[in-house]
Design a protein around this ligand. Sequence first.
Ligand code: NAI
Length: 270
Amino acid sequence: MAYGLLKGKRGIISGALDENSIAWKVALKAKEEGASLVLTNAPVAMRMGAIRELADTTQAEIIPADATVVADIENLFSRSTEVLGGKIDFVLHSIGMSPNIRKGKEYGDLNYEWFQKSLDISALSLHKFLQVAEKQDAIAEWGSVVALSYIAAQRTYPFYTDMADAKATLESIARSYGYRYGKLKNVRVNTVSQSPTKTTAGSGIGGFNSFYDFADKLSPLGNASADDCANYVITLFSDLTRLVTMQNLFHDGGYSSTGISEEIIEVLNK
Ligand code: NAI
């Protein structure tokens, strides 16, 4: 059911690779709630992904941008304000990739060039989005920026390797820029820390299925799906959450506050 929560708003949504992507679900719901959209992804992902199909469904323009390249991001924001006919009301940062994880490197054997790539793609890119937006004054007063994170920023998950450090940096950037952009333009910046979700990025993590099941059994409400995540993100883009900023918001079915559950004890007793 749609509520018109984003009626008349203009948004940029990054990271929709295929129909499993969290960003894909956010784009569909944002459209349903009345927003007009620009979709963006890395040029290489665009060739492999199905973004064209999403663009047709959501009547969105696609503007390719590598999230590590400032010139691409400058073009993304300036073109988006042109195409959408005004300043941007919301931005979704749904971007993550670790070459070390892709190549199966463990935490004691990281390739440092790749480590820097992980940080650049998955964390510094949020700063780049925000700095470009501020310089171009591209985000409207009371706009909202949301980036997606994972609880490995606070607690150790051995297989998450350098992405844990990237997520900790991402959350810190959201706080630091949230302060700055709040003072400047009443723009809010938050991260949503999502349950493990079966997407291309998620399933790439070693042991993913095990920690997906573990989290599902630990969380009183079970793992939050990508669809539920999209619903939550829409509220953060809406005017109903105008005073929420600089937060890392857990969207995880209660996982982050649970020590142990009966289901986990049952498995251990087997
Ligand atoms: P996904 O694989 O569908 O999305 C990741 C996106 O990042 C892709 O669209 C990819 O093309 C894009 N990307 C990679 N390098 C890029 C670059 N240089 N420039 C621009 N875009 C680039 O997977 P998912 O799960 O939807 O990931 C979205 C976000 O959610 C990521 O930040 C991820 O870390 C986060 N997240 C995912 C969880 C999961 O279990 N799937 C759990 C918690 C957070």
